[in-house]
Design a protein around this ligand. Structure first.
Ligand SMILES: *Cc1c(COP(=O)(O)O)cnc(C)c1O
Length: 225
């Protein structure tokens, strides 16, 4: 099946309030162009260097998201152009994003990544860690970041009831945070959850943004990177 076909199939299937982010990591620009030519304009990468090099050669009306773990010392490379960072997992990182955004006269949209999986290895904040950040004076002083929602990755498992439980928990927490800390603001509207294997469940549980890679581009081949 073609990339064009895959994109249209997913877009036909998902509700209008759900945004599709095409995760293009490991795929070269020529392949990503097939998705772009099929009408896809939002792409996500998980590595800073790969994101920058693709941004440089791809059409400028693409919206680029960073979905992978971000190191503080690399924020400066993406601060000029990134549209949404899905993976904010500390106040220190957020402060650096704010600083680099200010340097570029920008406001950068961010999601806090929450730890919802059973695996210890996945990144993300616990509920109380996020609440501590949101209550802090330091957080309130940041002017060049906009928190637009939360992101989470479920446990890597075939047990869809486990995955559903984790997404449901994140969705409930999202609504609580929206009410308690964002005054139900219409700026806080993005719940990024769901990948190729679990986006249908994620949407049923309230996702507004899905990050789909292999169902669009096929399998990834990891070479030397
Ligand atoms: C790779 C990746 C995805 C997409 O995964 P697929 O299973 O290929 O759809 C989504 N989110 C993040 C954070 C990723 O790193």
């Amino acid at each position: 099946m073609s990339i064009h076909h895959n994109i249209n199939q997913i877009k036909d299937e998902i509700p209008a309030h759900v945004t599709l982010v095409a995760i293009s990591k490991t795929h070269p620009p020529a392949i990503i162009m097939e998705a772009y030519n099929a009408g896809q304009s939002i792409f996500g990468e998980n590595k800073v260097q790969e994101l920058v090099s693709k941004y440089e050669v791809m059409p400028k009306d693409i919206e680029w998201h960073l979905v992978g773990h971000l190191q503080t010392n690399k924020v400066k490379y993406i601060a000029t152009f990134v549209n949404l960072i899905h993976s904010v997992d500390s106040l220190k990182l957020l402060k650096e994003i704010d600083k680099q955004a200010a340097k570029n006269n920008r406001v950068i949209n961010c999601l806090f990544q929450m730890h919802i999986a059973e695996e210890e290895t996945k990144f993300g904040l616990a509920h109380d860690e996020l609440v501590d950040i949101l209550k802090s004076q330091e957080f309130r002083l940041l002017k060049n970041i906009q928190i637009v929602g939360l992101m989470g990755m479920a446990t890597f498992t075939d047990d869809m009831e486990q995955v559903r439980k984790e997404f449901r928990g994140l969705s409930i927490f999202f609504n609580q945070v929206k009410k308690d800390f964002f005054n139900n603001s219409s700026d806080f509207i993005t719940l990024s959850m769901g990948m190729s294997s679990d986006y249908r469940v994620a949407i049923e549980e309230g996702s507004t943004m899905i990050r789909v890679g292999s169902n669009i581009f096929g399998d990834r081949f990891y070479g030397t990177n």
